[in-house]
Design a protein around this ligand. Structure first.
Ligand code: M6R
Length: 614
Protein backbone atom coordinates (compact mmCIF):
# COMPACT_ATOMS: atom_id res chain seq x y z
CA UNK A 1 0.00 0.00 0.00
CA UNK A 2 1.24 3.44 -1.00
CA UNK A 3 3.69 3.76 -3.85
CA UNK A 4 6.97 5.56 -3.51
CA UNK A 5 9.28 6.67 -6.27
CA UNK A 6 12.40 8.81 -6.36
CA UNK A 7 15.07 9.94 -8.77
CA UNK A 8 18.46 11.59 -8.47
CA UNK A 9 20.75 12.20 -11.43
CA UNK A 10 21.32 14.49 -14.37
CA UNK A 11 17.82 14.47 -15.89
CA UNK A 12 14.78 16.46 -14.86
CA UNK A 13 13.26 14.47 -11.99
CA UNK A 14 9.63 15.55 -12.37
CA UNK A 15 8.63 13.62 -15.53
CA UNK A 16 10.38 10.48 -14.26
CA UNK A 17 8.64 10.68 -10.90
CA UNK A 18 5.24 11.49 -12.37
CA UNK A 19 5.42 8.54 -14.75
CA UNK A 20 6.56 6.34 -11.88
CA UNK A 21 3.62 7.46 -9.74
CA UNK A 22 1.22 6.52 -12.53
CA UNK A 23 2.77 3.05 -12.65
CA UNK A 24 2.48 2.70 -8.89
CA UNK A 25 -1.00 4.15 -8.58
CA UNK A 26 -2.43 0.64 -8.21
CA UNK A 27 -0.84 0.66 -4.73
CA UNK A 28 -3.08 3.48 -3.53
CA UNK A 29 -4.83 6.46 -5.02
CA UNK A 30 -6.08 8.62 -2.16
CA UNK A 31 -3.56 11.42 -2.75
CA UNK A 32 -0.28 12.10 -4.49
CA UNK A 33 2.67 14.40 -3.92
CA UNK A 34 6.15 15.28 -5.12
CA UNK A 35 9.11 17.11 -3.58
CA UNK A 36 11.85 18.45 -5.86
CA UNK A 37 15.21 19.95 -5.10
CA UNK A 38 16.06 22.80 -7.43
CA UNK A 39 19.47 24.24 -6.56
CA UNK A 40 19.07 25.32 -2.93
CA UNK A 41 15.26 25.15 -2.91
CA UNK A 42 12.99 22.33 -1.75
CA UNK A 43 9.61 22.59 -3.48
CA UNK A 44 6.71 20.40 -2.40
CA UNK A 45 3.46 19.81 -4.30
CA UNK A 46 0.59 17.69 -2.93
CA UNK A 47 -2.98 17.00 -3.99
CA UNK A 48 -5.77 14.82 -2.64
CA UNK A 49 -7.12 12.31 -5.14
CA UNK A 50 -5.48 10.56 -8.02
CA UNK A 51 -2.12 11.24 -9.61
CA UNK A 52 -3.97 12.98 -12.46
CA UNK A 53 -5.09 15.71 -10.00
CA UNK A 54 -1.48 16.33 -9.10
CA UNK A 55 -0.46 16.26 -12.74
CA UNK A 56 -3.02 18.91 -13.61
CA UNK A 57 -1.97 21.06 -10.67
CA UNK A 58 1.68 20.80 -11.73
CA UNK A 59 0.90 22.28 -15.15
CA UNK A 60 1.07 25.70 -13.51
CA UNK A 61 4.04 25.07 -11.20
CA UNK A 62 7.77 25.36 -11.59
CA UNK A 63 8.86 21.74 -11.50
CA UNK A 64 12.54 22.02 -12.23
CA UNK A 65 15.04 19.92 -10.35
CA UNK A 66 17.23 16.89 -10.91
CA UNK A 67 16.41 15.20 -7.65
CA UNK A 68 13.04 14.43 -6.12
CA UNK A 69 10.68 12.06 -4.36
CA UNK A 70 7.05 11.16 -5.10
CA UNK A 71 4.29 9.30 -3.30
CA UNK A 72 0.84 7.93 -4.06
CA UNK A 73 -1.08 7.23 -0.88
CA UNK A 74 -3.49 4.66 0.47
CA UNK A 75 -4.71 6.43 3.59
CA UNK A 76 -4.17 4.76 6.96
CA UNK A 77 -3.77 7.58 9.50
CA UNK A 78 -5.75 10.67 8.50
CA UNK A 79 -8.23 11.41 5.74
CA UNK A 80 -7.15 11.69 2.09
CA UNK A 81 -6.48 15.46 2.07
CA UNK A 82 -3.78 17.69 0.57
CA UNK A 83 -2.25 18.16 4.02
CA UNK A 84 -2.07 14.47 4.83
CA UNK A 85 -0.53 13.69 1.43
CA UNK A 86 3.20 12.89 1.35
CA UNK A 87 5.94 14.14 1.16
CA UNK A 88 6.07 15.54 4.67
CA UNK A 89 8.53 18.30 5.38
CA UNK A 90 10.55 19.31 8.44
CA UNK A 91 9.54 22.54 10.19
CA UNK A 92 12.52 24.45 8.82
CA UNK A 93 11.61 23.30 5.31
CA UNK A 94 14.93 21.54 4.69
CA UNK A 95 14.05 17.81 4.75
CA UNK A 96 11.28 16.03 2.82
CA UNK A 97 10.33 12.41 3.32
CA UNK A 98 7.96 9.82 1.85
CA UNK A 99 6.87 6.64 3.59
CA UNK A 100 5.00 3.41 2.88
CA UNK A 101 3.98 1.39 5.94
CA UNK A 102 2.77 2.16 9.45
CA UNK A 103 4.70 3.64 12.37
CA UNK A 104 3.09 1.82 15.27
CA UNK A 105 4.62 3.92 18.06
CA UNK A 106 3.97 7.19 16.25
CA UNK A 107 1.84 8.60 19.04
CA UNK A 108 4.51 8.25 21.71
CA UNK A 109 7.10 9.75 19.35
CA UNK A 110 4.73 12.55 18.43
CA UNK A 111 4.07 13.50 22.06
CA UNK A 112 7.81 13.65 22.72
CA UNK A 113 8.40 15.80 19.64
CA UNK A 114 5.56 18.14 20.64
CA UNK A 115 7.28 18.51 24.03
CA UNK A 116 10.42 19.45 22.08
CA UNK A 117 8.48 22.22 20.35
CA UNK A 118 7.57 20.50 17.06
CA UNK A 119 4.30 21.50 15.43
CA UNK A 120 2.39 18.92 13.42
CA UNK A 121 0.38 19.86 10.37
CA UNK A 122 -1.02 16.49 9.37
CA UNK A 123 -2.78 13.58 11.09
CA UNK A 124 -0.36 11.05 9.61
CA UNK A 125 2.02 8.71 11.38
CA UNK A 126 4.65 9.65 8.79
CA UNK A 127 5.07 13.23 9.87
CA UNK A 128 6.73 12.06 13.11
CA UNK A 129 9.52 10.56 11.00
CA UNK A 130 10.52 13.78 9.33
CA UNK A 131 10.43 15.74 12.58
CA UNK A 132 12.37 13.01 14.35
CA UNK A 133 15.06 13.04 11.64
CA UNK A 134 15.27 16.81 11.91
CA UNK A 135 15.39 16.69 15.72
CA UNK A 136 18.17 14.08 15.78
CA UNK A 137 20.22 15.76 13.08
CA UNK A 138 20.21 19.01 15.07
CA UNK A 139 20.71 17.40 18.47
CA UNK A 140 23.51 15.08 17.37
CA UNK A 141 24.87 17.44 14.75
CA UNK A 142 24.82 14.74 12.07
CA UNK A 143 23.76 14.82 8.41
CA UNK A 144 20.16 13.78 7.64
CA UNK A 145 21.15 10.28 6.46
CA UNK A 146 22.74 9.42 9.78
CA UNK A 147 19.83 11.09 11.56
CA UNK A 148 17.43 8.81 9.66
CA UNK A 149 19.39 5.74 10.75
CA UNK A 150 19.34 6.85 14.37
CA UNK A 151 15.66 7.75 14.13
CA UNK A 152 14.80 4.28 12.87
CA UNK A 153 16.35 2.76 15.99
CA UNK A 154 13.42 4.34 17.85
CA UNK A 155 10.73 3.35 15.40
CA UNK A 156 8.39 0.37 15.75
CA UNK A 157 6.50 -0.61 12.62
CA UNK A 158 6.82 -1.12 8.92
CA UNK A 159 8.44 1.28 6.53
CA UNK A 160 9.90 2.01 3.16
CA UNK A 161 11.24 5.55 3.32
CA UNK A 162 13.05 7.92 1.00
CA UNK A 163 14.32 11.27 2.29
CA UNK A 164 16.03 14.26 0.71
CA UNK A 165 17.42 17.49 2.13
CA UNK A 166 17.97 20.79 0.37
CA UNK A 167 21.17 21.15 2.42
CA UNK A 168 22.56 18.03 0.68
CA UNK A 169 21.17 18.37 -2.85
CA UNK A 170 23.24 15.55 -4.41
CA UNK A 171 22.21 12.99 -1.82
CA UNK A 172 19.29 10.75 -1.04
CA UNK A 173 18.70 8.21 1.72
CA UNK A 174 16.30 5.29 1.78
CA UNK A 175 15.44 2.54 4.23
CA UNK A 176 13.10 -0.39 4.48
CA UNK A 177 11.54 -2.76 6.96
CA UNK A 178 8.64 -5.00 5.95
CA UNK A 179 7.67 -2.71 3.05
CA UNK A 180 9.38 -3.18 -0.30
CA UNK A 181 11.94 -0.86 -1.85
CA UNK A 182 14.03 -1.29 -4.99
CA UNK A 183 17.00 0.83 -6.07
CA UNK A 184 17.73 1.07 -9.79
CA UNK A 185 21.29 1.87 -10.86
CA UNK A 186 21.31 3.87 -14.09
CA UNK A 187 23.96 3.89 -16.78
CA UNK A 188 25.00 7.49 -16.20
CA UNK A 189 25.35 7.48 -12.47
CA UNK A 190 21.62 8.17 -12.00
CA UNK A 191 19.60 6.37 -9.33
CA UNK A 192 15.93 5.42 -9.23
CA UNK A 193 14.03 4.19 -6.20
CA UNK A 194 10.55 2.70 -6.09
CA UNK A 195 8.20 0.37 -4.24
CA UNK A 196 8.51 -2.07 -7.11
CA UNK A 197 10.49 -2.25 -10.30
CA UNK A 198 7.74 -0.99 -12.62
CA UNK A 199 8.80 2.70 -12.58
CA UNK A 200 12.46 1.71 -12.98
CA UNK A 201 12.48 -0.82 -15.82
CA UNK A 202 12.23 1.88 -18.50
CA UNK A 203 15.59 3.35 -17.42
CA UNK A 204 17.68 0.49 -16.14
CA UNK A 205 17.55 -3.24 -15.51
CA UNK A 206 20.22 -3.19 -12.79
CA UNK A 207 18.50 -3.20 -9.45
CA UNK A 208 19.12 -3.85 -5.79
CA UNK A 209 16.20 -5.02 -3.61
CA UNK A 210 16.78 -3.64 -0.14
CA UNK A 211 16.52 -6.15 2.71
CA UNK A 212 14.80 -5.45 6.01
CA UNK A 213 16.55 -2.80 8.11
CA UNK A 214 18.90 -1.83 5.33
CA UNK A 215 19.66 1.76 4.50
CA UNK A 216 20.70 2.91 1.04
CA UNK A 217 22.90 5.98 0.86
CA UNK A 218 23.08 7.61 -2.53
CA UNK A 219 25.60 10.32 -3.32
CA UNK A 220 25.83 11.54 -6.88
CA UNK A 221 29.12 10.60 -8.48
CA UNK A 222 29.64 7.72 -6.04
CA UNK A 223 28.69 4.04 -5.94
CA UNK A 224 25.52 2.99 -4.13
CA UNK A 225 26.25 2.25 -0.47
CA UNK A 226 24.16 -0.06 1.68
CA UNK A 227 24.34 -0.19 5.47
CA UNK A 228 22.46 -2.15 8.06
CA UNK A 229 20.71 -0.34 10.87
CA UNK A 230 23.84 -0.78 13.05
CA UNK A 231 25.82 1.16 10.45
CA UNK A 232 27.81 -1.77 9.10
CA UNK A 233 28.43 -1.52 5.39
CA UNK A 234 27.05 -4.34 3.19
CA UNK A 235 27.84 -5.24 -0.39
CA UNK A 236 24.89 -4.39 -2.66
CA UNK A 237 23.54 -7.45 -4.47
CA UNK A 238 22.84 -6.19 -7.98
CA UNK A 239 20.23 -8.16 -9.92
CA UNK A 240 19.10 -8.00 -13.52
CA UNK A 241 15.39 -7.25 -14.03
CA UNK A 242 13.52 -9.61 -16.32
CA UNK A 243 10.48 -7.37 -16.58
CA UNK A 244 9.60 -5.96 -20.02
CA UNK A 245 8.12 -2.50 -20.49
CA UNK A 246 5.25 -3.68 -22.74
CA UNK A 247 3.92 -5.78 -19.87
CA UNK A 248 3.13 -2.54 -18.03
CA UNK A 249 1.01 -0.98 -20.78
CA UNK A 250 -2.69 -1.54 -21.54
CA UNK A 251 -1.85 -2.79 -25.03
CA UNK A 252 -5.02 -1.43 -26.67
CA UNK A 253 -7.47 -2.65 -24.02
CA UNK A 254 -9.73 -0.18 -22.20
CA UNK A 255 -8.59 -1.41 -18.81
CA UNK A 256 -5.72 -3.40 -17.34
CA UNK A 257 -8.26 -5.84 -15.89
CA UNK A 258 -9.64 -6.67 -19.34
CA UNK A 259 -6.13 -7.04 -20.73
CA UNK A 260 -5.18 -9.32 -17.85
CA UNK A 261 -8.31 -11.45 -18.29
CA UNK A 262 -7.43 -11.88 -21.96
CA UNK A 263 -3.81 -12.69 -21.18
CA UNK A 264 -4.78 -15.87 -19.34
CA UNK A 265 -4.24 -18.39 -22.13
CA UNK A 266 -0.68 -17.07 -22.32
CA UNK A 267 -0.09 -16.64 -18.58
CA UNK A 268 -1.27 -20.19 -17.82
CA UNK A 269 0.92 -21.45 -20.62
CA UNK A 270 3.90 -19.50 -19.23
CA UNK A 271 3.23 -21.10 -15.88
CA UNK A 272 3.75 -24.54 -17.49
CA UNK A 273 6.94 -23.61 -19.27
CA UNK A 274 9.69 -26.08 -18.36
CA UNK A 275 7.43 -27.61 -15.74
CA UNK A 276 5.18 -29.95 -17.68
CA UNK A 277 5.62 -32.21 -20.66
CA UNK A 278 2.66 -34.37 -21.56
CA UNK A 279 4.35 -36.29 -24.37
CA UNK A 280 7.24 -37.31 -22.14
CA UNK A 281 4.91 -37.62 -19.16
CA UNK A 282 6.47 -35.47 -16.47
CA UNK A 283 5.70 -32.54 -14.19
CA UNK A 284 8.43 -30.76 -12.29
CA UNK A 285 8.27 -27.62 -10.18
CA UNK A 286 11.98 -26.83 -10.07
CA UNK A 287 11.78 -24.42 -7.13
CA UNK A 288 9.90 -26.86 -4.92
CA UNK A 289 11.47 -30.14 -6.03
CA UNK A 290 13.88 -30.29 -3.14
CA UNK A 291 11.00 -30.01 -0.68
CA UNK A 292 8.57 -32.49 -2.24
CA UNK A 293 9.61 -35.36 0.00
CA UNK A 294 9.20 -33.08 2.98
CA UNK A 295 5.67 -32.23 1.77
CA UNK A 296 4.83 -35.89 1.26
CA UNK A 297 6.03 -36.72 4.76
CA UNK A 298 4.61 -33.63 6.43
CA UNK A 299 1.94 -34.03 9.08
CA UNK A 300 0.00 -31.51 7.06
CA UNK A 301 0.40 -28.66 4.64
CA UNK A 302 -0.95 -25.34 5.83
CA UNK A 303 -1.73 -22.80 3.15
CA UNK A 304 -1.82 -19.16 4.31
CA UNK A 305 -3.10 -16.37 2.09
CA UNK A 306 -5.56 -13.49 1.81
CA UNK A 307 -8.38 -12.57 -0.57
CA UNK A 308 -8.21 -14.11 -4.01
CA UNK A 309 -5.01 -15.97 -3.13
CA UNK A 310 -6.89 -17.61 -0.26
CA UNK A 311 -9.51 -18.79 -2.76
CA UNK A 312 -6.73 -20.31 -4.88
CA UNK A 313 -5.50 -22.03 -1.70
CA UNK A 314 -8.94 -23.60 -1.22
CA UNK A 315 -8.85 -25.02 -4.74
CA UNK A 316 -5.32 -26.28 -3.95
CA UNK A 317 -6.56 -27.99 -0.79
CA UNK A 318 -9.10 -29.91 -2.81
CA UNK A 319 -6.59 -30.93 -5.48
CA UNK A 320 -3.74 -31.94 -3.16
CA UNK A 321 -5.99 -33.90 -0.81
CA UNK A 322 -7.82 -35.60 -3.65
CA UNK A 323 -4.78 -36.45 -5.75
CA UNK A 324 -1.89 -36.78 -3.31
CA UNK A 325 -3.87 -37.72 -0.19
CA UNK A 326 -1.95 -35.23 1.94
CA UNK A 327 -3.78 -33.38 4.68
CA UNK A 328 -4.11 -29.68 3.77
CA UNK A 329 -5.51 -26.78 5.78
CA UNK A 330 -6.14 -23.36 4.34
CA UNK A 331 -6.00 -20.39 6.68
CA UNK A 332 -6.62 -16.69 6.36
CA UNK A 333 -3.14 -15.35 7.08
CA UNK A 334 -4.60 -12.59 9.25
CA UNK A 335 -6.34 -15.12 11.52
CA UNK A 336 -3.51 -17.63 11.57
CA UNK A 337 -0.95 -15.12 12.81
CA UNK A 338 -3.00 -14.06 15.82
CA UNK A 339 -4.36 -17.33 17.15
CA UNK A 340 -1.32 -19.13 18.46
CA UNK A 341 -1.55 -21.91 15.85
CA UNK A 342 -0.20 -25.37 16.61
CA UNK A 343 2.74 -25.59 14.22
CA UNK A 344 5.84 -27.72 14.44
CA UNK A 345 8.87 -28.83 12.42
CA UNK A 346 6.67 -31.50 10.88
CA UNK A 347 4.49 -28.93 9.14
CA UNK A 348 4.99 -27.27 5.82
CA UNK A 349 3.45 -23.82 5.51
CA UNK A 350 2.85 -22.51 2.00
CA UNK A 351 2.11 -18.83 1.41
CA UNK A 352 0.21 -17.85 -1.73
CA UNK A 353 0.48 -14.22 -2.74
CA UNK A 354 0.39 -12.38 -6.03
CA UNK A 355 2.36 -9.41 -4.73
CA UNK A 356 4.52 -11.35 -2.29
CA UNK A 357 4.18 -8.33 0.00
CA UNK A 358 0.87 -8.84 1.83
CA UNK A 359 1.63 -7.94 5.44
CA UNK A 360 -0.54 -10.62 7.05
CA UNK A 361 0.79 -13.37 4.80
CA UNK A 362 4.36 -12.32 5.50
CA UNK A 363 3.74 -12.25 9.24
CA UNK A 364 2.04 -15.67 9.12
CA UNK A 365 5.13 -17.09 7.42
CA UNK A 366 7.46 -15.50 9.94
CA UNK A 367 5.41 -17.01 12.74
CA UNK A 368 5.50 -20.46 11.11
CA UNK A 369 9.25 -20.15 10.62
CA UNK A 370 9.76 -19.22 14.26
CA UNK A 371 7.98 -22.46 15.20
CA UNK A 372 10.32 -24.50 13.03
CA UNK A 373 8.03 -25.20 10.07
CA UNK A 374 9.34 -25.35 6.53
CA UNK A 375 8.04 -22.27 4.73
CA UNK A 376 7.35 -22.20 0.99
CA UNK A 377 5.91 -19.57 -1.30
CA UNK A 378 3.84 -19.27 -4.45
CA UNK A 379 4.27 -15.68 -5.63
CA UNK A 380 3.92 -13.71 -8.80
CA UNK A 381 6.23 -10.77 -8.17
CA UNK A 382 9.83 -11.80 -8.60
CA UNK A 383 12.11 -10.66 -5.79
CA UNK A 384 9.17 -9.87 -3.48
CA UNK A 385 9.51 -10.14 0.30
CA UNK A 386 7.71 -13.49 0.55
CA UNK A 387 9.79 -15.00 -2.22
CA UNK A 388 12.90 -13.90 -0.35
CA UNK A 389 12.06 -15.13 3.14
CA UNK A 390 10.77 -18.57 2.15
CA UNK A 391 12.93 -21.71 2.13
CA UNK A 392 11.86 -22.36 -1.46
CA UNK A 393 9.03 -21.53 -3.81
CA UNK A 394 7.54 -21.34 -7.22
CA UNK A 395 6.85 -18.23 -9.25
CA UNK A 396 3.53 -18.10 -11.09
CA UNK A 397 5.04 -16.18 -14.05
CA UNK A 398 1.71 -14.46 -14.77
CA UNK A 399 3.50 -11.18 -15.54
CA UNK A 400 2.69 -7.86 -13.85
CA UNK A 401 -0.91 -7.65 -12.67
CA UNK A 402 -1.86 -3.98 -12.51
CA UNK A 403 -5.67 -4.14 -12.15
CA UNK A 404 -6.45 -4.15 -8.45
CA UNK A 405 -8.87 -7.04 -8.94
CA UNK A 406 -6.81 -10.17 -9.27
CA UNK A 407 -7.55 -12.26 -12.38
CA UNK A 408 -4.61 -13.85 -14.17
CA UNK A 409 -2.74 -14.22 -10.88
CA UNK A 410 -5.57 -16.42 -9.56
CA UNK A 411 -5.60 -18.78 -12.53
CA UNK A 412 -1.81 -18.97 -12.43
CA UNK A 413 -1.87 -19.80 -8.71
CA UNK A 414 -4.41 -22.56 -9.36
CA UNK A 415 -2.22 -23.81 -12.20
CA UNK A 416 0.83 -24.05 -9.91
CA UNK A 417 -1.25 -25.83 -7.28
CA UNK A 418 -2.50 -28.25 -9.93
CA UNK A 419 1.08 -28.97 -10.98
CA UNK A 420 2.09 -29.41 -7.36
CA UNK A 421 -0.80 -31.78 -6.63
CA UNK A 422 0.05 -33.86 -9.70
CA UNK A 423 3.73 -33.97 -8.93
CA UNK A 424 3.18 -34.97 -5.29
CA UNK A 425 0.60 -37.60 -6.29
CA UNK A 426 2.95 -39.06 -8.89
CA UNK A 427 5.87 -39.24 -6.47
CA UNK A 428 3.73 -40.64 -3.69
CA UNK A 429 2.11 -43.17 -5.98
CA UNK A 430 -1.45 -42.15 -5.12
CA UNK A 431 -2.38 -42.03 -8.80
CA UNK A 432 -1.48 -44.52 -11.49
CA UNK A 433 0.90 -43.70 -14.31
CA UNK A 434 -1.96 -43.75 -16.82
CA UNK A 435 -4.13 -41.41 -14.69
CA UNK A 436 -1.13 -39.11 -14.29
CA UNK A 437 -0.57 -38.96 -18.03
CA UNK A 438 -4.25 -38.29 -18.74
CA UNK A 439 -4.32 -35.50 -16.18
CA UNK A 440 -1.22 -33.72 -17.41
CA UNK A 441 -2.54 -33.86 -20.96
CA UNK A 442 -5.84 -32.39 -19.70
CA UNK A 443 -4.00 -29.65 -17.84
CA UNK A 444 -1.87 -28.84 -20.87
CA UNK A 445 -5.05 -28.31 -22.91
CA UNK A 446 -6.40 -25.67 -20.49
CA UNK A 447 -4.90 -22.52 -22.13
CA UNK A 448 -6.63 -23.31 -25.41
CA UNK A 449 -9.92 -23.96 -23.56
CA UNK A 450 -9.56 -20.67 -21.68
CA UNK A 451 -9.20 -19.01 -25.08
CA UNK A 452 -12.51 -20.60 -26.14
CA UNK A 453 -14.24 -19.28 -23.01
CA UNK A 454 -12.91 -15.80 -23.78
CA UNK A 455 -14.49 -16.05 -27.21
CA UNK A 456 -17.91 -16.00 -25.46
CA UNK A 457 -17.17 -12.47 -24.26
CA UNK A 458 -19.94 -10.83 -26.32
CA UNK A 459 -22.60 -13.20 -24.93
CA UNK A 460 -21.30 -12.72 -21.41
CA UNK A 461 -21.53 -8.96 -21.88
CA UNK A 462 -25.23 -9.34 -22.84
CA UNK A 463 -25.87 -11.26 -19.62
CA UNK A 464 -24.03 -8.55 -17.67
CA UNK A 465 -26.38 -5.96 -19.16
CA UNK A 466 -29.39 -7.82 -17.70
CA UNK A 467 -27.95 -7.73 -14.18
CA UNK A 468 -26.04 -4.46 -14.02
CA UNK A 469 -28.59 -2.83 -11.71
CA UNK A 470 -29.04 -5.57 -9.12
CA UNK A 471 -28.13 -4.88 -5.52
CA UNK A 472 -27.35 -8.44 -4.45
CA UNK A 473 -26.13 -11.65 -6.04
CA UNK A 474 -25.43 -15.20 -4.94
CA UNK A 475 -22.73 -17.48 -6.30
CA UNK A 476 -22.96 -21.24 -5.83
CA UNK A 477 -20.55 -24.10 -6.45
CA UNK A 478 -19.62 -27.44 -4.94
CA UNK A 479 -16.28 -29.10 -4.17
CA UNK A 480 -13.39 -27.31 -5.83
CA UNK A 481 -15.94 -25.03 -7.49
CA UNK A 482 -17.09 -23.59 -4.17
CA UNK A 483 -13.92 -21.42 -3.97
CA UNK A 484 -14.66 -20.34 -7.54
CA UNK A 485 -18.08 -19.17 -6.32
CA UNK A 486 -16.34 -17.22 -3.54
CA UNK A 487 -13.96 -15.72 -6.07
CA UNK A 488 -16.83 -14.80 -8.44
CA UNK A 489 -18.62 -13.02 -5.60
CA UNK A 490 -15.45 -11.20 -4.52
CA UNK A 491 -14.81 -9.98 -8.08
CA UNK A 492 -18.34 -8.58 -8.34
CA UNK A 493 -18.24 -6.81 -4.96
CA UNK A 494 -14.82 -5.29 -5.29
CA UNK A 495 -15.21 -3.68 -8.69
CA UNK A 496 -18.94 -3.04 -9.09
CA UNK A 497 -19.88 -2.50 -5.41
CA UNK A 498 -22.77 -4.96 -5.66
CA UNK A 499 -23.23 -7.06 -2.56
CA UNK A 500 -22.47 -10.67 -3.47
CA UNK A 501 -21.88 -13.86 -1.50
CA UNK A 502 -20.48 -17.22 -2.47
CA UNK A 503 -21.81 -20.43 -0.91
CA UNK A 504 -21.39 -24.15 -1.28
CA UNK A 505 -24.53 -24.94 -3.30
CA UNK A 506 -25.89 -27.33 -0.68
CA UNK A 507 -25.61 -24.71 2.06
CA UNK A 508 -28.25 -22.59 0.39
CA UNK A 509 -31.04 -24.39 2.19
CA UNK A 510 -29.47 -23.53 5.52
CA UNK A 511 -30.18 -19.82 5.31
CA UNK A 512 -29.40 -17.97 2.07
CA UNK A 513 -32.46 -19.44 0.32
CA UNK A 514 -34.51 -16.95 2.35
CA UNK A 515 -33.01 -14.19 0.20
CA UNK A 516 -34.24 -15.60 -3.07
CA UNK A 517 -36.96 -13.83 -5.00
CA UNK A 518 -37.47 -12.77 -8.61
CA UNK A 519 -34.86 -10.00 -8.25
CA UNK A 520 -32.02 -12.19 -7.07
CA UNK A 521 -29.49 -13.43 -9.65
CA UNK A 522 -27.87 -16.72 -8.70
CA UNK A 523 -24.69 -17.62 -10.55
CA UNK A 524 -24.25 -21.39 -10.38
CA UNK A 525 -21.36 -23.49 -11.59
CA UNK A 526 -23.19 -26.54 -12.87
CA UNK A 527 -20.64 -28.31 -15.01
CA UNK A 528 -20.77 -32.06 -15.55
CA UNK A 529 -18.93 -34.05 -12.92
CA UNK A 530 -19.48 -35.77 -9.58
CA UNK A 531 -21.93 -33.28 -8.09
CA UNK A 532 -23.78 -32.45 -11.29
CA UNK A 533 -27.14 -34.01 -10.33
CA UNK A 534 -27.02 -32.43 -6.90
CA UNK A 535 -26.32 -28.98 -8.34
CA UNK A 536 -29.19 -29.43 -10.80
CA UNK A 537 -31.45 -30.10 -7.79
CA UNK A 538 -30.14 -26.93 -6.13
CA UNK A 539 -31.00 -25.04 -9.30
CA UNK A 540 -34.55 -26.41 -9.23
CA UNK A 541 -34.90 -25.22 -5.64
CA UNK A 542 -33.93 -21.72 -6.71
CA UNK A 543 -36.24 -21.82 -9.72
CA UNK A 544 -39.15 -22.84 -7.49
CA UNK A 545 -38.60 -19.55 -5.63
CA UNK A 546 -38.38 -17.52 -8.83
CA UNK A 547 -34.65 -16.73 -8.52
CA UNK A 548 -32.83 -15.96 -11.77
CA UNK A 549 -30.32 -18.66 -12.65
CA UNK A 550 -27.18 -17.89 -14.62
CA UNK A 551 -25.53 -21.28 -15.03
CA UNK A 552 -22.02 -22.09 -16.13
CA UNK A 553 -22.52 -25.34 -18.00
CA UNK A 554 -20.43 -27.84 -19.89
CA UNK A 555 -20.54 -27.34 -23.66
CA UNK A 556 -23.49 -29.20 -25.14
CA UNK A 557 -25.49 -29.57 -21.91
CA UNK A 558 -28.95 -29.13 -23.47
CA UNK A 559 -30.76 -30.11 -20.29
CA UNK A 560 -29.40 -27.27 -18.19
CA UNK A 561 -29.67 -24.79 -21.02
CA UNK A 562 -33.42 -25.32 -20.82
CA UNK A 563 -33.70 -25.02 -17.07
CA UNK A 564 -31.41 -22.00 -16.55
CA UNK A 565 -32.56 -18.47 -17.35
CA UNK A 566 -29.13 -17.75 -18.83
CA UNK A 567 -26.21 -20.03 -19.47
CA UNK A 568 -22.53 -19.72 -20.33
CA UNK A 569 -20.84 -22.73 -21.88
CA UNK A 570 -17.31 -23.79 -21.03
CA UNK A 571 -15.42 -26.58 -22.82
CA UNK A 572 -15.51 -30.06 -21.35
CA UNK A 573 -12.52 -30.72 -19.17
CA UNK A 574 -11.41 -32.98 -16.35
CA UNK A 575 -13.17 -31.95 -13.13
CA UNK A 576 -9.86 -31.05 -11.47
CA UNK A 577 -9.25 -28.23 -13.92
CA UNK A 578 -12.77 -26.82 -14.25
CA UNK A 579 -12.00 -24.20 -11.52
CA UNK A 580 -9.69 -22.43 -13.97
CA UNK A 581 -12.25 -22.44 -16.79
CA UNK A 582 -15.27 -21.56 -14.64
CA UNK A 583 -13.49 -18.52 -13.20
CA UNK A 584 -13.20 -16.77 -16.56
CA UNK A 585 -16.93 -16.03 -17.15
CA UNK A 586 -17.20 -14.64 -13.61
CA UNK A 587 -14.26 -12.31 -14.24
CA UNK A 588 -15.89 -11.07 -17.46
CA UNK A 589 -19.36 -10.66 -15.88
CA UNK A 590 -17.87 -8.55 -13.07
CA UNK A 591 -15.80 -6.53 -15.51
CA UNK A 592 -18.73 -5.69 -17.79
CA UNK A 593 -21.11 -4.90 -14.94
CA UNK A 594 -18.53 -2.57 -13.37
CA UNK A 595 -17.97 -0.78 -16.69
CA UNK A 596 -21.74 -0.45 -17.25
CA UNK A 597 -22.15 1.01 -13.77
CA UNK A 598 -19.42 3.55 -14.47
CA UNK A 599 -17.08 2.17 -11.80
CA UNK A 600 -13.33 2.58 -11.89
CA UNK A 601 -12.49 -0.98 -12.82
CA UNK A 602 -8.74 -0.87 -12.35
CA UNK A 603 -8.76 1.21 -9.20
CA UNK A 604 -11.87 0.36 -7.19
CA UNK A 605 -12.70 2.62 -4.28
CA UNK A 606 -10.98 2.06 -0.93
CA UNK A 607 -8.75 -0.72 -2.26
CA UNK A 608 -5.06 -1.07 -3.03
CA UNK A 609 -3.27 -3.78 -4.90
CA UNK A 610 -0.75 -4.76 -2.25
CA UNK A 611 -2.00 -4.70 1.30
CA UNK A 612 1.27 -4.02 3.08
CA UNK A 613 -0.39 -2.96 6.33
CA UNK A 614 -2.39 -5.26 8.56
O1 M6R B 1 -0.89 -9.98 -3.27
P1 M6R B 1 -1.75 -10.98 -2.58
O2 M6R B 1 -2.15 -12.12 -3.45
O3 M6R B 1 -1.17 -11.46 -1.28
O4 M6R B 1 -3.07 -10.19 -2.22
C1 M6R B 1 -4.09 -10.79 -1.48
C2 M6R B 1 -5.35 -9.97 -1.57
O5 M6R B 1 -5.16 -8.69 -1.07
C3 M6R B 1 -5.87 -9.87 -3.01
O6 M6R B 1 -6.06 -11.12 -3.58
C4 M6R B 1 -7.20 -9.10 -3.04
O7 M6R B 1 -8.20 -9.83 -2.42
C5 M6R B 1 -7.58 -8.72 -4.47
N1 M6R B 1 -8.11 -7.40 -4.50
C6 M6R B 1 -8.61 -9.61 -5.04
O8 M6R B 1 -8.98 -9.25 -6.32
Amino acid sequence: MCGIVAYIGKEQAFPIILKGLKRLEYRGYDSAGIALINQDQLNVFKKAGKVSNLEEFMLHQDHNGTSGIGHTRWATHGAPTDTNAHPHVSMDGSIALIHNGIIENYNALKQELIRQGYLFKSETDTEVLVHLVDFISKKENVWFGEALRLALLNVVGAYAIVAISKNFPGQMVAARKSSPLVVGIGENGDFYLASDATPIVEYTKRVVYLEDEEIAVIKLGEELKIYNISDQEKTPYIQQLELELEALEKGGYDHFMLKEIHEQPRSIHDCFRGRLNSSEGWVSLGGLKEYEQKMIQAKRLVIVACGTSWHAGLVGEYLIEELARINVEVEYASEFRYRNPIISEEDVVIAISQSGETADTLAALELAKSKGATILGICNVVGSSISRITDAGSYTHAGPEIGVASTKAFTAQVTILSLLALSLAHKKGTISESEFRILIAELEAIPEKVQRVLENNADIEKIALEFKDVTNALYLGRGSLFPVALEGALKLKEISYIHAEGYPAAEMKHGPIALIDENMPIFVIATQGNSYEKVVSNIQEVKARKGKIIAIVTEGDEHLKEIADYHIEIPKSHEFFVPILATIPFQLISYHIAVMRGCNVDQPRNLAKSVTVE
